[in-house]
Design a protein around this ligand. Structure first.
Ligand code: ATP
Ligand code: MG
Ligand code: MG
Ligand code: MG
Length: 439
């Protein structure tokens, strides 16, 4: 992409409404624009990052054997009356009437609709296990929408639902989700710690939230510091292997780690004092096992091996896709701007032309731009007629992992400068070597 043809409405002023750094940087870098309280437009670069995050979620769900689908945002109240949640959900649910006076709603989550799909089409235990998921907009009329996309009213969520014959199988689905989530967050450069949580209006017994530690997080968390040494890394795992998935759950959840809702002082006191930590965290996901709560209420049964009907065991599993942009920025920025992890960066590298209009410099930039694209990378070329300082400022703000600086002086000795956004370190290389380093 050429900056001269891009739409990147970078703000010069510090937006006053932003209380936390990720919200400020997202506005300043031209990623989002508020449409109304808690509701945002995603401008081209913000949208691009959102899509990259979605892509990682899709890839990891596919590896776990879960099937992507899409359900509508506007749903009839009838299904929600069957489960009892139309009344129970409270003011967070946006209720709408259509022209015929029928009660509709903008979906805050989709247990009812997916259970209806299931009961309409699946009748035998032989069709299990099944996990369906979507990445779709949700609406919750939050009392205090704030911090930009962190607590929006309209937000993008991955929500997945497993259907299993037995509790044991459903707990395997739970573990599979835990493993796939660990991988998902790590690919985004995040450490998200599974913590024992409270199930809230979804209901159920087993549930973990995934928290990214950050001072601006809205949850208070208590944990054994040993947990921060764990990483999933690039280990291979067979998602059908129950024991292997259960072992990962044990490894990542056996140490004390709880949110304020489930915190237990007496248990916490058993953690050696020097390892006890109290901090704040951002909830970027949650997994639940809730048994037959919805299948009982809505008659989602299958014929079991003995021919008798069995209510399926279910769970639901969410990732805050749009919230993740904020969480990643909270975890990865400096006083100049955002520092995107390689996994989610909107462009792989920025090219800064220090002397726009100078024939040799322009030609070298064009060459670099073409070679990077030919190598399958996606560069952003700042070809505007701007001062070098302004171009550097924009590159630092938008946080691409690499910057290649091209100017007449360096070109005389055949070099360009390659700078890492994260370390700030630069090296002089031939343009060919710079490209080779980025591939
Ligand atoms: P919170 O405690 O932050 O209100 P929640 O527990 O109500 O979140 P879940 O029902 O668990 O949310 O939804 C799954 C994920 O969706 C959450 O882990 C979070 O990352 C994201 N999410 C929930 N509410 C919002 C929101 N208002 N804005 C952005 N993301 C959200
Ligand atoms: Mg909530
Ligand atoms: Mg919560
Ligand atoms: Mg939650």
């Amino acid at each position: 992409m050429r900056m001269s043809r891009y739409f990147l409405p970078v703000l010069k002023e510090t937006p006053r409404e932003a209380q936390i750094v990720s919200h400020r940087l997202m506005l300043q870098a031209g990623l989002i624009k508020q449409a109304s309280a808690g509701i945002y437009s995603w401008l081209p670069m913000g949208y691009k990052i959102l899509k990259r995050i979605e892509q990682i979620v899709h890839e990891e769900q596919a590896k776990a054997g879960h099937l992507a689908m899409l359900m509508p945002t506007i749903q009839s109240a009838d299904l929600w009356r069957e489960s009892g949640r139309y009344d129970a959900y409270g003011d967070e649910m946006l209720r709408i009437k259509d022209r015929g006076g029928r009660d509709m709603l903008f979906t805050p989550t989709a247990e009812e609709l997916v259970t209806d799909i299931f009961r309409s089409h699946v009748s035998s235990y032989k069709d299990l296990p099944l996990t369906l998921y979507q990445i779709q907009w949700k609406f919750r009329d939050e009392t205090r929408p704030r911090f930009g996309v962190m607590r929006g009213r309209e937000f993008l969520m991955k929500d997945g639902y497993n259907f299993d014959l037995t509790k044991e199988d459903a707990l395997h689905a739970y573990n599979r989700h835990l493993v796939s989530y660990l991988r998902t967050y790590e690919r985004m450069g995040l450490q998200a710690i599974p913590m024992r949580a409270d199930s809230g209006p979804i209901g159920g017994d087993d549930t973990h939230e995934f928290l990214v530690l950050a001072e601006t997080g809205e949850s208070e968390v208590f944990y054994d510091s040993e947990i921060t040494d764990l990483t999933f890394g690039d280990r291979q795992i067979d998602f059908d292997d129950k024991a292997a998935c259960a072992a990962v759950l044990d490894e990542f959840t056996s140490r004390y780690a709880r949110t304020d809702e489930t915190h237990d002082e007496a248990l916490f006191a058993q953690v050696p004092e020097e390892r006890r930590r109290t901090a704040r965290g951002i909830e970027v996901g949650q997994i639940f096992y809730f048994g037959t709560k919805y299948s009982d209420a809505m008659g989602a049964t299958v014929q079991g091996p003995d021919g008798k009907p069995v209510a399926v065991h279910m769970g639901s599993h969410g990732i805050g896709v749009s919230r993740l942009l904020g969480a990643i920025i909270e975890a990865s920025h400096d006083d100049k701007g955002i520092i995107w992890p390689e996994g989610v960066t909107p462009f792989h590298a920025g090219i800064v032309n220090l002397r726009q209009g100078d024939e040799a410099t322009d030609a070298a930039c064009e060459d670099l731009y073409d070679s990077l694209r030919a190598a399958g990378l996606d560069p952003l070329y700042d070809d505007r007629d701007e001062r070098a300082g302004a171009k550097f400022g924009t590159m630092d703000l938008i946080g691409l992992p690499w910057r290649i600086t091209v100017g007449p002086r360096g070109l005389k000795s055949g070099v360009v400068e390659l700078t890492s956004r994260r370390t700030g370190e630069s090296e002089e290389l031939s343009p060919g070597d710079a490209v080779a380093k980025l591939i």
